[in-house]
Design a protein around this ligand. Sequence first.
Ligand SMILES: Cc1cc2nc3c(=O)[nH]c(=O)nc-3n(C[C@H](O)[C@H](O)[C@H](O)COP(=O)(O)O)c2cc1C
Length: 429
Amino acid sequence: MSVEIFPVLGVPEVAPGDDLAELLEAPLRSLAPRDGDVVAVTQKVVSKSEGRIVAEDEGGRAAWVARESVREVARRGDLVIAQTRHGFVCANAGVDASNVGQGLLTLLPEDPDRSAEGLRRALTERLGVSLGLVITDTFGRPWRRGVVNVAIGCAGLPSLVDLRGAPDHTGRILEATVVALADEVAAASGLVMAKAARVPAALLRGIGVEAPATPASGLVRPPEEDLFRESPLASISARRTIRAFGPGRVPHEVVVEAVRAACTAPAPHHTRPWRFIALESAPARRALLSAIAEAWRADLRADGVDEATIVRRIARSDRVLGGAPLLLVPWVTFRDAHPYADASRARAEREMFLLSAGAAIQNLLLAIHAQGYASCWISSTLFCQEETRAVLRMDDAWYALGTVAVGPAPAESPPARPALDPEEFLRSI
Ligand SMILES: Cc1cc2nc3c(=O)[nH]c(=O)nc-3n(C[C@H](O)[C@H](O)[C@H](O)COP(=O)(O)O)c2cc1C
């Protein structure tokens, strides 16, 4: 098998509202296109023809990057790596100043797969041959220097070719090989799309694939398969208290990894004074919630709170904890605290253990978030130690530290955190 790649030369400057198929028709015709050829077109000309050009107004580029982002993945200085609403993770959410003219920016097409399909159909009709079409953009890669063309839109060819189950040349069955064909086409087209030389398209011949056509959206790795979802720094700030979860369960491995992270927290005297009880079954969760509710009801009655308010407050708390597919009860023990004769040092010693438990629980929450799940730390069991110990069969060396409700992240992201100035919390001397 051999592949040929031809630059598409002589495409005029593209302006908003231009019919891109019309502009590409003659330059492509000069290459005598054949059935099965694939046309690669840069995002830049697609965005220009679709009017996805904006002025770099007051907010400048950063404001457009924020508008085009649904999630910040990493940041260093002015460089922002963000996820676009299409799911692509790239520098500046695809907002680009190159090759558009002073003070202007291009945004990614609204729906690059739809653009690819529209252009594929139009070109197929004009040229009378059946073509594949890939819209390319230039992305950097984590771990590797240099940029490479990748596919952001794909029509008329499979974006992915699944080779799993097929034998390799030695007869061994491939277990994990899914080839990103549209990305390979895009990267190959980059060889003839010299940036400054105004080559906005390429024709590729010899990409023989039998599989059905699939869009470029299939190239976006779903969050649950994504091991590198956020930079560590972005992940810490992105964790939120989530009080209503998405559907589904929390796999046991997620809990194990979260507890592993929790147990790396610093603690006094090289101890690990923590335990976590995971209530994975519904009856276990119900037993704990009933015990908490009873204890709370008794406290509120003793405070003189009226029955209607008591019912409302318990129901509100129950909505979060009762709606979670998993509850984790964190515990600390002061057993290994050094004994001191005076009350002041004895209290400080106890507080050290409590602080370490706070650090462990924060690690737990961060590790839950890093695995794509959501959590909410609720005070609950802190206020009913005896009842919690009884229902979870812990001896009185253990002190319960609330309850962490855990569940799948809801489809809707939580609102952005209010802006925060770290300098207000910092005194440098
Ligand atoms: C020890 C502790 C107990 C908490 N208890 C509750 C609670 O009982 N109910 C609740 O809705 N939130 C509770 N929270 C969450 C806080 O109220 C606060 O809303 C949350 O930490 C802020 O949201 P964020 O994590 O997204 O920044 C608790 C937090 C901590 C640290």
